[in-house]
Design a protein around this ligand. Structure first.
Ligand code: MN
Length: 247
């Protein structure tokens, strides 16, 4: 039986020594999709607009993974000094795919930068830098680059009872990893907040009236081996894509 095809957006990296251009994506995302029963396929960040739409139309689901900052121009703000790793091609690809997926009710799963992309795509804004702009005693990022594993659990998350997220996870409290210096500011009107850290920062959003439009601020792809609830997130996403595939 054919498996659901899950597009994972890549980003542009220039190799430090040669300057050669590569399309890359953090590998645990594709592995988690495969383990959940899906077929992962990378979407190059510099795909032309016409081809992007064609590619999108063949997908059963869209995974928006972690990465650098979205260009603040996308939510009408000037960049501050902390901005890093902006990739306008990736912004263009991901914002388009997020909007198409929401419009068509195609399953879309946002992770870390992905929750921010979904918020910006639907009209929300971001806080550009937590350490300099938010008062919190929590750590929302491991030292990057550093000695801490990406799976290091940094803070609790309280999940909204009755949300799709709580239903999939089977619990309303979870301790998560965290590798972000930005966070949702104004929430897009279409998104329901489903999870928060104890300091109030938003860690989960979804659209309750869609089959699977859901995003989290942490990195479940790094926790699938140690927390079954994280596996369940990928499984629920792939199953939603499979359901859509059957029409
Ligand atoms: Mn966090």
């Amino acid at each position: 039986m054919p498996k659901p095809l899950i597009g994972i957006t890549a980003y542009t990296r220039h190799w430090p020594t040669t300057g050669w251009r590569y399309d890359v994506c953090y590998g645990e995302n594709a592995t988690a999709i495969e383990q959940a029963g899906g077929l992962p396929v990378l979407i190059p960040s510099q795909t032309s607009a016409d081809n992007l739409r064609q590619l999108y139309e063949r997908l059963d689901g869209v995974l928006l993974p972690g990465g650098g900052d979205i260009n603040p121009a996308q939510y009408g703000t000037q960049p501050d000094a902390t901005l890093y790793s902006v990739d306008d091609s990736r912004d263009r690809v991901e914002l388009a795919m997020a909007r198409w997926a929401v419009a068509d009710d195609v399953p879309v799963f946002g992770i870390c930068r992905g929750i921010q992309v979904m918020n910006v795509a639907l009209g929300g804004t971001l806080v550009q830098d937590i350490p300099s702009q938010v008062e919190t005693s929590l750590r929302h990022s491991i030292a990057v680059p550093g000695d801490e594993a990406r799976s290091t659990l940094l803070h609790d998350v309280q999940i909204e009872q009755g949300s799709r997220l709580a239903q999939i996870m089977g619990s309303t409290t979870v301790t998560v990893n965290s590798i972000h210096h930005q966070t949702i500011g104004e929430v897009a009107p279409a998104l329901a907040i489903t999870a928060r850290a104890p300091d109030g920062l938003i860690e989960g959003v979804e659209m309750p009236d869609k089959h699977f439009v859901l995003a989290v601020q942490w990195h479940p792809e790094d926790l699938v081996a140690t927390d079954e609830r994280m596996q369940n997130l990928f499984k629920a996403f792939v199953e939603a894509a499979r359901a859509r595939m059957r029409g």
